[in-house]
Write a protein that binds this ligand. Structure first.
Ligand code: KIV
Ligand code: ZN
Length: 519
């Protein structure tokens, strides 16, 4: 019989540490529900001590989920652990995940602690957390650059104190498969009683080896894999969940393991995370990239037409890529629309369904056919989004071969209607300049990207902007059939996120920057 591999998803914690990938509470809750529906075993919902916002979102997710374990991250001090416990205690299955760095590099330069002090911290933290819940995970940060004999001591200490899961992270994506399995084999050989705990792996992708390291680790005793959707995460990201799950499934001849993941939800979840975070998936990304199942070369196309097995090792349907996502037009009724929302995984209240339906009708008036992707964009960009301080009410652009590009904008700013006008080098520039003037923003636009959500000249354009102010960087997104409107919406979304981050920073116990520095 296949052994179970626990999927620990950290999209909402490590994933959210990707530059610019901040999510608000509603967005995190939406992702958490989707992950639960997919069959994830453990969701790391955040780092509760890092900010009020993180605390609230972990608590909200803990209350909302029914089947998943919900983990909150904590350093080894009591204040962190108390805060993590307060955030996850309402969960049906709560977990405290405590960590400390164990490599000499971190001990000397970051923690300024001796090895003895670190061992004491681990014992105290795990013992303290065990008073609150039986489910305690310990992580030895930078384990792969930790001297092996000391790492073994660390694992013994955590195990003795009662850790039920022990994680050996490759924090800086430094290890390679042969070295990683040597570390795991040594731990399993040297630590008496290690079989009483679940051995976990958490790999970063700095050398592009995160998935390979995780898969090899499973073959050497790891039974929990920490990962994220689309592999997002700190720097080059974390192990991509879809890659591990599909590797195990596709090569079941080699791997006698199973996960609880419904693989047909992989693609919709990838889209959801990409739309919420604004982080595009590269076209050649394994499993979920736009080209992952596209056959371009004539010889390949010919082969696939004759027999799919020639060039396809898994089917697009198995990861939930729809054959045709054509859904509805302007004659589709409310009932069919509500059913479609449900099948796309949205659990909306009556008011939200009404709003989505009105927007769908307006879009169907402009566009002959409305695709699933269009509906997802409506819900994500218009229905679930909280406007916070700024909202676009009206935009009129004058532009053309001989006109000076001019934008007239009306916005709601803190509940008041404000109007202004400005010129620019082009229509997008004019719109963004006017909005910047109206909001008195000091931010800098770092990147502007535009994508068609579906095919055809009537497709909605999806704009992503990367904006930075005082070291806070955020991604904003907007979608519309008019790309100038989509650009204005994306920019306003980014400005709202910036305001939210600035407000959070004001209230932070550990600021976003130090949070990034800590982990
Ligand atoms: O990369 C890392 O070491 C981490 C730990 C907190 C698990 O994210
Ligand atoms: Zn990490």
């Amino acid at each position: 019989m296949s052994e179970h591999i626990y999927i620990f998803d950290t999209t909402l914690r490590d994933g959210e540490q990707s530059p610019g990938a901040t999510m608000n509470i509603q967005e995190k809750l939406r992702v958490a529900k989707q992950l639960e529906q997919m069959g994830v075993d453990i969701i790391e919902a955040g780092f509760p001590i890092s900010s009020e916002g993180d605390f609230e979102s972990v608590r909200t997710i803990a209350k909302a989920l029914e089947r998943c374990t919900v983990a909150g991250l904590a350093r080894t001090n009591r204040e962190d652990i108390d805060r993590a416990w307060d955030a996850v205690r309402a969960a049906k299955y709560p977990r405290i995940h405590t960590f400390i760095a164990t490599s000499d590099i971190h001990l000397t330069h970051k923690l300024k602690k001796s090895r003895e002090e670190v061992l004491r911290d681990i014992a105290n933290a795990v013992t303290y957390a065990k008073k609150m819940t039986d489910d305690v995970e310990f992580s030895a940060e930078d384990a792969t650059r930790t001297e092996l004999s000391f790492l073994i001591e660390v694992v013994r200490t955590a195990l003795k104190a009662g850790a039920t899961t022990i994680n050996i992270p490759d924090t800086v994506g430094y290890t390679v498969p042969t070295e990683y399995v040597h570390i795991l084999d040594s731990i399993r050989k040297e630590v008496e009683g290690i079989e009483k705990t679940i051995l976990s792996v958490h790999c970063h992708n700095d050398l592009g080896l995160a998935t390979a390291n995780s898969i090899m680790a499973i073959q050497h005793g790891a039974r929990q894999v920490e990962c994220t959707i689309n592999g997002i995460g700190e720097r080059a990201g974390n192990t991509a969940m879809e890659e591990v799950v599909m590797a195990l499934r596709t090569r079941s001849d080699l791997f006698p393991y199973e996960t609880g993941i419904d693989t047909t939800l992989i693609y919709p979840t990838s889209r959801l995370v990409s739309q919420i975070t604004g982080m595009k998936v590269q076209p050649n990304k394994a499993i979920v990239g736009a080209n992952a199942f596209a056959h371009e070369a004539g010889i390949h196309q010919d082969g696939v037409l004759k027999e799919k097995l020639t060039y396809e090792i898994m089917t697009p349907e198995s990861v939930g890529i729809p054959k045709s996502s054509l859904v509805m037009g302007k004659h589709s009724g409310r009932h069919a629309f509500r059913d479609r929302l449900k099948s796309l995984g949205f659990d909306l209240n009556t008011e939200q369904i009404q709003k989505a339906f009105e927007l769908f009708k307006a879009l169907a008036d402009k566009k002959k056919t409305v695709y699933d992707e269009d509906i997802v964009a409506i819900v994500m960009h218009e229905v679930l989004r909280i406007p916070y301080r700024y909202r676009l009410n009206y935009l009129n652009i004058v532009s053309g071969t001989s006109a000076i590009p001019t934008a007239v904008v009306t916005m709601e700013i803190d509940g008041e209607s404000v109007r202004d006008v400005d010129f620019g080098d082009g229509p997008v520039d004019a719109a963004l300049k006017t909005i910047k003037k109206m909001t008195h923003s000091r931010s800098r636009l770092l990147r502007f990207a535009i994508n068609a959500i579906t095919g055809g000249t009537d497709a909605q354009g999806e704009v992503t902007v990367h904006v930075e102010e005082d070291g806070i960087s955020v991604l904003g997104q907007g979608a519309h059939t008019d790309i100038i409107v989509a650009s204005a919406k994306a920019y306003i979304n980014a400005l709202n996120k910036l305001e939210l981050q600035k407000a959070k920073r004001g209230k932070n116990i550990v600021t976003q920057d130090t949070k990034k520095g800590v982990i």
